[in-house]
Each structure stands twice: as C-alpha cells, then as structure tokens.
Design a protein around this ligand. Structure first.
Ligand code: F0G
Length: 481
C-alpha cells in the first residue's frame, strides 16, 4: 500500500492534470465531450472537457463496426449477450455475482495488469422488481412496478456506479478518493474505498443530510467534513480541491459512475424479458441517474437488445426544481441555478451537473419532467410503504410524479410503468417517524395540506402493559380497517 500510495502521489506531481482512461480492445470505450465532441485520451481531474468545460461520456466505437457487420460477433450479438448474462447468474465468480459486472460487455474495461484485484465489488445490483398493487389501484394504472435500487449493499443506487468508478481509482493507484454528497454517494464511496484500501474524503452539507447516511460514512472510515454550505457549495470546493491535490473525484460527473449506473436499466429489461415498459420514472437531483438510465436505453436499442424506447420521465421536488424550470420555462436552452430546499434531502440540489445529459434523454425518449410538493412526497412515501416496500423520501417523488402524469393524461391507464426507487426506507427514519406522528409539517405553511394525509399516518400507540388495552387497540383497528 505504501508503495502504491507513493507512486500515486509522484505520478500526480509529475503529470498533474491527467486521469488515465482504460483502453481495451474488448469493449474499446473512449471518452467524448457531450458538447464539442472532442475525444480526449485522458480526463482532467474534474472530468470536464479541457476544450469547452462540458461533461464527458463514454462511447464504444467498436460497436459501430460490429453492427455494420450485422452484429455477428458475440460482443454485440443480442441473443448471445442475453444468454451469457443469464448463465453468469449461476456462477460462483465475484464478477459474475455482481449485478453490474455481469453486464461487463457494455462497460469500460478495468484492466488488471499486475494482479486480479482491481475490481472492487460488494455484489451490487441484482435488485428486485416488485409489483405495487395498492399504489397501482390508487393511481389508476394496471401495470405498476418498482425497481428497488435501495436493495443495494449500502442501500442506494449509488453502489452500481461506485463499483466501476472506485475500481478505476484503484486501478490508477490513487490513495485518496473524494465526493461532495447529499449522503448516499458518500456512504457508497466510503464503503468501496474501504474495500479497496483507499482513503476517502466526504464533503457534505452540515445538518442537511440524514443520520442513516452520515453514520454509514463514519463507520466505513471516511474523513467526513460537514461544510457550512449546501450540496452545491460542497461541489464547488471539491472541484477546486481535485485540481490541487491527487484526489480522485467520485461524483457522477465521473463518467465511470454513469456507466455502472446504466446496469440498473439493463437488469430491468432482463427482468421484463426484454419487453420494455411504456414509462420509466426517476427522481432528479444532480441528474446523473436519469442520464445513466437513458444512456443504457439508447445503447440497448442500438444493440437491438430492446426494440423500442420507454419514455423516461424525471421528477423533482418543488423546492429543488431547476431542471423542471429549465425545461418548462426555457425550453431546455439554459438552466438557472437556485438555492434548493426540500425535506427529501437526497435531491436538495440547485445546480445539477448532468442537466444537459438528462435533457437529451428526456428529448430522445419523449419523457416528461414534473415537480411535486413536500406533502405529495410524504404521502407517496407512505403509500409505497403500505405496499410493503420501504423507500426514502427522494425515491417517493416517482409515485407522486406518476399521479400528476396520470392526471395530465401523459400516462394512460393501460400502460406499463416502472418507478425507480433509489434509496432504502432506513436511510432516513426521522422523516418517516415524524410523518406518522403528524409532526413533519407542524408549524409550517404545509400544515393544512398535510392534514389531508392523516389517513396514511400510523402513529405508534403507547399503552399500559395490559392485555385488555392491547385487545381494545386491536378491535379498534379492525373496526377502522
Ligand atoms: N434518490 C436518492 C436516494 C439520491 O441519493 C439521489 C442523489 C437521487 C435520487 C438523485 O439522483 O443526483 O443522479 O439525479 N444523491 C446524490 C448524493 C446527489 O450525493 O447522494 P441524481
């Protein structure tokens, strides 16, 4: 480790502004700027295009030549890929057991020049697809599923991208990795860094993330800095930091993150036997996840793994809605950063980095963008919970958004809909307890609207240790059910 870290430090001082990108003939991933189209061989430490400052993405030039040859090679042959991926589900190999690396033909390769330990995996992915029967009835759609990305090792979708990006950092012998976060990225990064013997630096907004998430990064050994600013302020400081110190950036501007997060969509299509739903609905914060899922859909269409595109819709909280406003007010021509505020702290983001990537996905798939209120988020979370599926507030914007998209007629009753639930209920138990006790909106301007959600609240009942009291409570509940 000592040798590796020293090497990483020296490499940085000698060659300051380069993060190397694994080149490999198997998957032949290359970087491209989403704006000016430049195709650099190396990425800058902030993963921005050195020519125009916009974001980079991976593309796979080898696919085009394969496809021109009618996809005869197994690397892009859809039937061969599907059966290879299925076969890996019975394998005992760590890479095959990962729900991310199982799909490695569609990911950049992480070469192992010296040993076989560069890929850091916690067996992420492999998340369940659940039916939501009660929610479906309430919303008025026949076919409603939730893909629960909160069932990942650190309980959020971030693990699918982190396994790829942290492996890349490890392969390049970085000693430190870092991120700015609203809590889930930091939890995930800290875990993968620990598994890969790297140090991790977390920048989070002081007081604005949930205890569940904070406790994770502490336990996984990160240097956790709570900055007196918001998420966007943490990002600004991190961008400066990576230019000055040999620290590998693990926010979702890192294109390896996006590649890993693509696999949620690939796995979803496999679970649906490659029959795409009509709609996929995702929460929008920094907009990396919608970009990743959209990228996967487009690539699967190109490789003929699916025959049509689902519409990908993005939902934001009303108090953190810069992307909604960009699309609705400015036709996507610009995004005005804002000071964000929402109890769904995971998506409390006012200046989303990946908004142009997300816009492209929205336009290509024909999706919609919606915003939902704080009370709508809380009610939707309790409704998902009542179907026996726990998620965190940011995930529940999907159901709240679906209700609006049903009312506007964008989603029809006979259409198949999949909600992407991004984080687990236990990430933010405070929110849940306050909601059920009726305290969440007490004394706020939302109190009157919140009164309409009383029927969803299940406050704990405190009783004497007396059998008759328990029976009376049971009988009362039965009468009201
Ligand atoms: N849902 C959850 C639970 C999240 O943690 C996040 C983002 C999102 C949705 C939004 O995803 O940013 O890709 O649009 N959390 C980040 C973090 C920003 O730092 O954990 P996005």
């Amino acid at each position: 480790m000592m040798y590796l870290s020293l090497l990483g430090w020296l490499r940085w001082s000698g060659d300051k502004a380069k993060v190397s990108i694994a080149q490999n003939t198997e998957t032949a991933a290359r970087l491209r700027c989403i704006c000016c189209g430049a195709t650099p061989d190396f990425a800058a430490p902030d993963f921005r295009c050195t020519a125009c400052g916009d974001l980079l993405e991976f593309f796979f030039p080898g696919w085009t030549s394969d496809l021109n040859g009618r996809g005869a090679r197994s690397s892009t042959n859809p039937a061969a890929l599907r059966s290879l991926w299925l076969k890996r589900r019975t394998s005992g190999e760590a890479l095959d057991q990962s729900g991310v690396w199982r799909f490695r033909e569609l990911l950049p390769h992480i070469p192992n020049p010296k040993n076989k330990e560069h890929v850091i995996t916690l067996r992420e992915g492999n998340t369940p697809l659940y039916r939501l029967p009660r929610c479906a009835r309430a919303v008025g759609v026949e076919n409603l599923h939730a893909k629960h990305q909160g069932m990942n090792p650190t309980a959020s979708f971030k693990d699918t991208g982190m396994t790829v990006a942290a492996s890349s950092a490890h392969q390049q012998e970085f000693r430190w990795v870092a991120c700015a976060s609203t809590g889930n990225t930091s939890a995930s990064m800290a875990a993968y860094a620990a598994r890969g013997n790297m140090h991790s630096l977390v920048l989070i907004p002081d007081g604005k993330i949930s205890w569940g998430k904070l406790s994770q990064s502490l336990d996984y050994g990160a240097l956790t800095c709570q900055l007196r600013t918001d998420f966007d302020g943490c990002v600004r400081i991190l961008n400066e930091l990576v230019r000055q110190k040999p620290v590998y950036l693990l926010n979702s501007v890192n294109p390896y993150r996006i590649e890993g997060q693509k696999t949620a969509a690939i796995e979803l299509m496999e679970q649906l036997e490659w029959e795409p739903p009509d709609h996929i609905i995702v929460p929008g914060g920094n907009l990396g996840n919608s970009s990743a899922i959209g990228k996967a859909l487009l690539e699967m269409l190109e490789l003929k793994l699916i025959s049509r595109l689902p519409k990908l819709s993005i939902i934001q909280a009303h108090g953190a809605n810069p992307f909604y406003r960009s699309v609705r007010e400015f036709g996507g021509k610009k995004l005005e950063p804002m000071t964000a505020d929402t109890l769904a702290t995971a998506i409390r983001i006012g200046n989303p980095a990946s908004w142009k990537k997300a816009l492209r996905v929205l336009q290509t798939t024909g999706g919609e963008v919606e915003q939902v209120s704080e009370v709508e988020i809380a009610a939707a979370k309790a409704e998902i919970g009542a179907d026996g599926i726990g998620c965190e507030p940011a995930s529940a914007v999907t159901l709240a958004g679906l209700k609006k998209l049903r009312r506007s007629g964008f989603v029809k009753s006979g259409e198949a809909v999949v909600l992407i639930l991004t984080g687990h209920l236990l990430k933010d138990p405070d929110f849940t307890i306050k909601f059920h006790r009726g305290d969440l909106f007490a004394g706020t301007g939302d109190a009157a609207e919140a009164a309409l959600t009383k029927h969803l609240q299940r406050a704990p009942v405190v009783l004497d240790a007396d059998l008759r009291a328990v029976i009376a409570a049971l009988d009362g509940a039965e009468r009201n059910s």
